[in-house]
Design a protein around this ligand. Structure first.
Ligand code: UT7
Length: 331
């Protein structure tokens, strides 16, 4: 019989490209303004991958540092999960590329596609696998190179999305710490609100799909905005239900960095001071599955997450999907 364990996070890290693109840079590319982007989203600048830099490169850098901080050797990992909607290739999975390059010779590997909820989905899955005893040490990475799947003529999307990676090592932590609960949700009926229409089996790549910019992110921003504003507080209430952790007991919320207005409205609806929400969207934009991972690692690095803290992670995005995970921090 499998023994039940207590899973938690042993180490976190992030990696973003060096190249900074400011709102002023975007003013030269599309009909937009620093004022519009700042007021409507909160973004001031974002990181854009250099030539030849792909999702696995940032994943590898973030993953290596997370392992080092956790004091874990790559060969101790028994699973690598890469949460992404912009993999290096459709197959093999980016997780397999990372598994090889990082030297996780004893690990299985798979990519997880849950849009911007990806990392929270991945962390929840990993924690429950460690809890169940089937796996001991899992590397969970959220990583994106969205700049490669943006239409740089579409001001609705190109000012928002960006590149980066964050990683967490999940393993056993002392009793009373670590994973408390998670919720995973989806509403596929809203799938067309954020979609890359071509490049799959429904619409394979042709000269026409390329000419029609169908290999890029298409988003109905206002529909997603309405969904996000409704779902974020609901995720928080749902994930805390029956856990004994009240909303007021949360020390820090790490939300998906999609729009600072969504974060402010969630804070209000939850009755939490907005200062409890970690925000870095002004520097990194929306990095989809990487955003919660980067924010978690950066908040930890900045000393804003300490041992004993109740940490609430919230993701939402393409699918549509949503996810929440609450942990008592142990490092
Ligand atoms: O990460 C996955 C989840 N994604 C999200 O959560 C995104 C959620 N949505 C949003 O954050 C917001 O809807 C956006 C930031 C994408 C857009 O903000 P909005 O306040 O919903 O703007 P809108 O789409 O309703 O557009 C308002 C106006 C339009 O002009 P008219 O029709 O009023 O003349 C747009 O054409 O703003 C215009 N606009 C822009 N103007 C300058 C749209 N994009 C831009 C732009 N620069 N980049």
């Amino acid at each position: 019989m499998l023994q039940s364990k207590q899973a938690g996070v042993l180490g976190v890290a992030y990696n973003v490209p060096e190249n900074i693109m400011t709102n002023q840079d975007l003013e030269k590319i599309v009909d937009t303004s620093d004022e519009w982007i700042t007021e409507r989203t909160g973004i001031k600048e974002r990181r854009i991958a250099g030539p030849g830099q792909a999702t696995s490169d940032m994943s590898l850098a973030a993953g290596r540092e997370a392992l080092e901080r956790a004091g874990i050797k790559a060969s101790d990992l028994d699973l690598v999960i890469v949460c992404t909607l912009s993999p290096d290739t459709l197959f093999p999975s980016t997780a397999c590329i990372v598994q090889d390059r990082i030297g996780a010779v004893n690990a299985g590997a798979f990519d997880l596609s849950a849009g911007c909820s990806g990392f929270v989905y991945g962390l929840s899955v990993a924690c429950q696998m460690v809890n169940s005893g089937t796996h001991k040490k899992i590397l969970v990475i959220g990583a994106e190179t969205l700049s490669r799947i943006l239409n740089w003529k579409d001001r609705n999307t190109c000012v928002i999305f960006a590149d980066g990676a964050g990683a967490a090592v999940v393993g056993e932590v002392p009793a009373g710490y670590g994973y408390i609960n998670s919720v995973l949700g989806a509403d596929g009926a809203g799938g067309n609100f954020i979609i890359m229409p071509a490049g799959g089996t429904r619409m394979p790549a042709t000269a026409e799909t390329v000419a029609g910019n169908l290999h890029s992110i298409h988003m109905d921003g206002s529909e997603v905005f309405k969904f996000a504003s409704r779902i974020v507080p609901k995720v928080a209430f749902d994930v805390l239900k029956d856990t004994g952790v009240a909303v007021g007991d949360i020390d820090i919320v790490i939300p998906h960095q999609a729009n600072v207005r969504i974060i402010k409205s969630a804070a209000k609806r939850l009755g939490l001071p907005v200062e409890k929400f970690y925000v870095n969207i002004e520097r990194y934009g929306n990095t989809s599955a990487a955003s919660v991972a980067i924010a978690l690692a950066e908040a930890w690095e900045n000393g804003l997450i300490r041992k004993e803290n109740n940490v609430l992670l919230i993701g939402f995005g393409a699918g549509l999907t949503w996810a929440g995970c609450v942990l008592k921090w142990s490092i």
